[in-house]
Design a protein around this ligand. Structure first.
Ligand SMILES: [Zn+2]
Length: 280
């Protein structure tokens, strides 16, 4: 009698487990399908339908830096396979070096540090203003409000929540520091940037961030960083030294900026991605 009960118990448990396994399998399948249906562009990343552009330079100590920033990035091995069974390093870097984010705190006392920027601001449509022609003629070129309006007439009004990127063509000089800084005999740098009136218009449009393929969103010869004084106090952030801006259309890409979350940071290294639904 006991044996029979035991047998029945085993059979029953096996039956329950079998059902549970089958149920789990079905659930995970439909859950994945439902996630894919809800996020078609994001799900397309793993299937290859959506393109991801990495707009980040690889960090090392040999990249163009701001004049005077001689020590930029260092690493030290703290564990080795031979000694510790695993490999690990420590690193030191400037907050503003290579592809990085300027937090409002960089120029505006009491404003958000890099750790305090609302995470929702790190996601937004990328609006790309291409000023390569202007910058090729004039390395001191500054984007004007009128030029933004001209771009809007050709494309669309800059939407609230946008991340506005200025494509100057300067990335073609990376990582040649001399050409990227483009300093004259007096040490003054000459590269293009946003202008203050353009920045004011973009703040008014509700942009959450500005980005550029040079060392600074202000033009190189700037003495007082006018644009930084306009957009950072308004709560926007800046992305500087962006890579692969040439691969983005004027509109249609979606940007994800993921800076290091460092307490009290005036900014910091930032991984920047653009995602593009592929037509092909
Ligand atoms: Zn910076």
């Amino acid at each position: 009698m006991r044996a029979t009960i035991g047998l029945l118990l085993v059979v029953t448990l096996t039956g329950v487990c079998g059902l549970a396994l089958a149920k789990d399998h079905d659930d995970s399948g439909s859950a994945a399908d439902s996630v894919a249906a809800t996020f078609p562009v994001l799900s397309g990343i793993s299937t290859g339908k959506t393109r991801v552009i990495d707009m980040t330079y690889t960090l090392n100590g040999k990249l163009p830096s701001w004049p005077g920033d001689d020590k930029t990035f260092e690493t030290q091995v703290v564990a080795t396979y031979a000694k510790d069974g695993y490999f690990a390093r420590s690193f030191w870097t400037l907050e503003h070096y290579s592809t990085h984010l300027d937090a409002p705190l960089h120029f505006a006392p009491g404003k958000a540090s890099v750790a305090q920027i609302p995470v929702t601001h790190f996601f937004g449509p990328a609006e790309v203003i291409d000023v390569r022609d202007e910058a090729a003629k004039d390395p001191d070129y500054r984007l004007t409000a009128a030029r933004v309006e001209k771009w809007e007439a050709a494309h669309r009004r800059i939407p609230a929540g946008a991340i506005v990127l200025l494509r100057t063509g300067w990335a073609s000089r990376w990582p040649d520091q001399k050409r990227y800084r483009n300093q004259d005999a007096h040490g003054v740098m000459h590269f293009p940037g946003f202008g203050a009136d353009a920045a004011k218009l973009l703040v008014a449009r509700g942009a959450v961030g500005l980005g550029i393929d040079t060392l600074s969103i202000d033009y190189g010869a700037s003495k007082n960083f006018e644009v930084h004084h306009v957009d950072l106090p308004a709560g926007l952030y800046n992305l500087e030294n962006l890579a692969n801006l040439d691969q983005l259309p004027a509109t249609g890409a979606f940007l994800i900026a993921a800076p290091i979350k460092m307490e009290g940071g005036s900014g910091g290294p930032c991984r920047v991605f653009a995602i593009l639904p592929e037509a092909k």
